[in-house]
Design a protein around this ligand. Structure first.
Ligand SMILES: *Cc1c(COP(=O)(O)O)cnc(C)c1O
Length: 394
């Protein structure tokens, strides 16, 4: 067994060795600036074009609709801020959901506070899915943008993206989706889904960190996000991250080719893990939709247990997972996503997210569930709440 059991692939993934291999020449031998005109630099330019073409093909997009960014957060910021500015003559209303990534939520809050945006944050149902009737009801003549994530990073729920795209089209409203967790995990065709803008990030699919892209449909008005040189069709200035872009192309190609088989295997292991947890540990619930769910996502809440304590105990066995609190911000507030699906604070606090990869083995899952059983029992034995609960049952 590996020294580390890595079950936090929604946070980031290992850069695949063949991806690193593909990137290396662009640090050392082929370091030319893609904007320079001599042949040597042309190699860098060609590499960027090849990556762009690969990614466009996967989405059923055109090559010149892919704009590289420094990751998913930047792509989300760009999509919202630039679209809001470009369409401000038409209206100031944005529709999004309560379960978006903070790159969307905090950008919306910024637009509300400083730019006069009006934002509707849609509720989701108990499985974390947006209701289409509520979406339609939220639309006003001022609505310029609908931004709904393709799949949720915490509970794995996959939204009815085609439906949303259809509704957006019918009302002539732009549709953006944060597809960071979905790209190369779920088949996506931007035309079939009516997507106008789509954000993505390499490090969630075994590519390098700090590189992503924003797909912008041809004809969508979108201002320059970074001003400077003429890179990325004058919309995102700055010398290109050539190794990163090459790495993203390689990672996307790899993940796309393996998608069907890989996600089937991951989903089987995911369901095995969920099944074991739900049947072998009492007072536990599964968060997120059972069927419309990312193939690698397990998110469960244990009653009478603190997620943070669980994480620390799992860590002593080398198991890397994530809890349901916004631990990145150093706060212990329960996750906005778990609250949005209606979990009471005390249940949300006992949540654990485990996200598998193609490298995850059944032995690792068995070991993790075995340890989890022990840890949950030990923590409960120390909990006064649990003691009261057991007494009250007698
Ligand atoms: C990871 C993630 C992001 C942010 O991507 P970065 O490349 O880390 O900036 C945005 N949205 C979702 C859904 C994510 O999972």
């Amino acid at each position: 067994m590996n020294q580390v059991i890595y079950l936090d692939n929604a946070a980031t993934t290992r850069t695949a060795p063949e991806v690193v291999e593909a990137m290396l020449p662009y640090f050392s031998e082929l370091y030319g600036n893609p904007s320079s005109i001599y042949e040597f630099a042309g190699k860098s330019k060609e590499a960027i074009m090849a990556s762009r073409a690969k990614i466009a093909e996967i989405l059923g997009a055109q090559t010149n609709e892919i704009y590289f960014t420094a990751g998913g957060s930047e792509a989300d910021n760009w999509a919202l801020k630039a679209a809001f500015e470009a369409y401000s003559k038409k209206g100031n209303h944005i529709i999004t959901t309560k379960i978006e990534h903070h790159a969307i939520l905090h950008t919306c809050e910024y637009l509300e506070k400083t730019r006069g945006a009006r934002v509707t944050y849609l509720d989701v149902d108990e499985n974390g899915i947006v209701r289409m009737d509520e979406l339609e009801k939220a639309i006003t003549p001022e609505t310029i943008l609908i931004s709904v994530m393709f799949a949720n990073n915490e509970i794995g729920s996959i939204q009815p993206i085609k439906e949303i795209g259809r509704i957006a089209r019918e009302h002539n409203i732009l549709f953006h989706t944060d597809a960071v967790q979905a790209f190369c995990q779920v088949p996506i065709n931007v035309d079939e889904c009516g997507i106008d803008m789509l954000s993505s990030s390499a490090h969630k699919i075994n590519g390098p960190k700090g590189i992503g892209f924003l797909y912008i449909r041809k004809g969508v008005k979108n201002r320059s996000f970074v001003h400077g040189g003429g890179q990325e069709r004058k919309r995102r200035a700055g010398t290109e991250n050539v190794p990163g872009i090459v790495g993203y192309g390689a990672a996307a190609q790899r993940a796309w080719k393996s998608m069907k088989k890989r996600t089937e295997e991951e989903a089987a292991l995911r369901d095995y893990m969920i099944q074991r947890i739900l049947t072998e540990i009492p007072y536990v619930r599964l968060n997120g939709d059972k069927e419309r769910r990312l193939p690698n996502n397990v998110n469960v809440s244990f009653q009478f247990v603190e997620g943070e304590s669980l994480l620390l105990m799992l860590d002593t066995y080398g198991i890397c997972a994530s809890s349901g609190s916004a631990c990145t911000s150093g706060s212990l507030d329960p996750s906005h996503v778990l609250l949005a699906i209606g979990l009471p604070h005390e249940i949300a606090h006992g949540s654990l997210r485990m996200t598998l990869s193609e490298e995850t083995t059944r032995e690792e899952i068995d070991f993790t569930v075995d340890k989890l059983k022990e840890i949950v029992q030990n923590l409960r034995n120390m909990s006064p709440l649990y003691e009261d609960f057991i007494k009250s049952k007698r």
